[in-house]
Design a protein around this ligand. Structure first.
Ligand code: PMP
Length: 381
């Protein structure tokens, strides 16, 4: 392939970096033999036979793909049924399906914000929220993590007509939870809209697993609620829930909704089944909550550098990247897969093991993880 010098430079001459990226990706092919403490299938629904069968049956009934975008003729009755169920679950008037959470966040921010909008981001917000802001042309400000005083200061200084406060519900790399009550209050005081991306709270937190927001906070308090389906619900895709006015606007103007093929109907069918399980079977959430308590108690007893989190995301804050990679290697050799999170995903000096717990784990799995972490601490530190 003839590539000009300019392009070669853009793609990077750093052979080592490329080599490293390639090796890393090859390593990331999931090895079923490894104990999985890295994924986001918090309730084990991705492998639930009822969800798997619903997907297979959905593909037979509706086809393997939607065949068109929602606004052409890719919107099927199964999508409509799922949207209605998601709206009811979260206590919202309507819900709108997107093909991924990344696309939902891009679509919402691009459709709602413009150059006369100020978007206030928690410093630890997910990359898709930051990318959506950039795409919209809005002025972005980042407040210190979960710091309502800092947010209030920034909002008071802003002269923009439209203000939008945006936060993760459960922070994806730290596992801590946003203070929804305080965010809702301060947003209302400053005539700002509040958008919560509850990707990691849905299915796990709140009444009936409806997340950090759910019906507990109404659409005056949290007008824009985003949930993803590829984590606790075990399938894929995402939705935005809110009032009809919001959803009608997004249906017309969110470009990542309009100009893309609708979610495969088989995935919608599987998600409806997963949602039924989440609502009817609290035992999976209860088992997960017991795992979280047990893991935290034991990890603290072993003096592991645990973060402050009561969710399935349990970071071990190791600091340096080289240190992190030694722990990750050691765990891998012991047959355990964990997330090794480094800059630029987290700030420099804040590298961490991202350990995720699931209802699918057994107590024995968690003991095996704890034993290996203890060995890492003794051998590596
Ligand atoms: N928001 C947050 C907070 C996330 O952690 C993620 C996934 N990592 C997304 C959005 C994107 O969701 P999806 O994987 O469905 O694109």
């Amino acid at each position: 392939m003839p590539v000009s010098k300019a392009w070669r430079e853009r793609l990077g001459n750093a052979h080592d970096t490329r080599q490293h990226a390639r090796q890393w990706r090859a390593r990331r092919i999931r090895q079923p033999a490894l104990l999985d403490f890295a994924g986001n299938d918090y309730l084990g629904l991705a492998k639930d036979p009822r969800v798997q069968n619903a997907q297979a049956e959905g593909a037979r009934r509706f086809g393997a793909g939607a065949g068109a975008s929602h606004l052409v003729n890719g919107h099927l009755a199964i999508h409509e049924a799922l949207e209605e169920a998601l709206a009811t679950w979260t206590g919202r008037e309507r819900a709108l399906l997107f093909s991924t959470g990344y696309m939902a966040n891009l679509g919402v921010l691009q459709a709602l914000a413009d150059t006369d909008t100020a978007i206030f981001h928690d410093r630890l917000n997910h990359a898709s929220l930051l990318d959506g802001s950039a795409l919209s042309g809005a002025r972005s400000r980042r407040y210190h993590h979960n710091d309502i005083d800092d947010l209030t200061r920034l909002m008071a200084r802003s002269a923009c007509t439209h203000k939008l406060v945006v936060s993760d519900g459960v922070f994806s790399m730290d596992g801590d939870v946003a203070d929804i009550a305080a965010l809702a209050q301060v947003s209302q005081q400053h005539d700002a809209w509040l958008m919560i991306d509850d990707a990691h709270g849905m299915g796990v937190m709140g009444v009936n697993g409806s997340g950090c927001v759910g019906p507990r906070w109404n659409s005056q308090q949290v007008p824009i609620l985003v949930g993803t389906l590829g984590k606790a619900l075990g399938t894929g895709g995402a939705f935005v829930a809110g009032d009809a006015l919001l959803i009608d606007h997004l249906t017309q103007f969110a470009r990542s909704y309009v100009y893309t093929t609708a979610q495969p109907p088989s995935v919608a069918a599987a998600t409806l089944q997963a949602l039924t399980i989440v609502q009817r079977e609290p035992e999976h959430r209860e088992r997960l909550a017991r795992h979280i308590s047990y893991f935290r108690e034991e990890a603290l007893r072993l003096n592991l550098p645990l973060g402050e989190s009561r969710t399935p995301i349990q970071p071990l804050l190791l600091g340096s990247e080289s240190h992190l990679m030694l722990w990750a290697e050691r765990l891998h050799h012991a047959g355990i897969d964990v997330g090794a999170i480094r800059p630029p995903t987290v700030p420099k000096g804040e590298s961490r093991l991202r350990i995720t717990l699931s209802a699918r784990h057994s107590r024995g799995d968690i003991d095996q993880l704890l034993e290996t972490l203890d060995a890492c601490r003794r051998e590596i530190s």
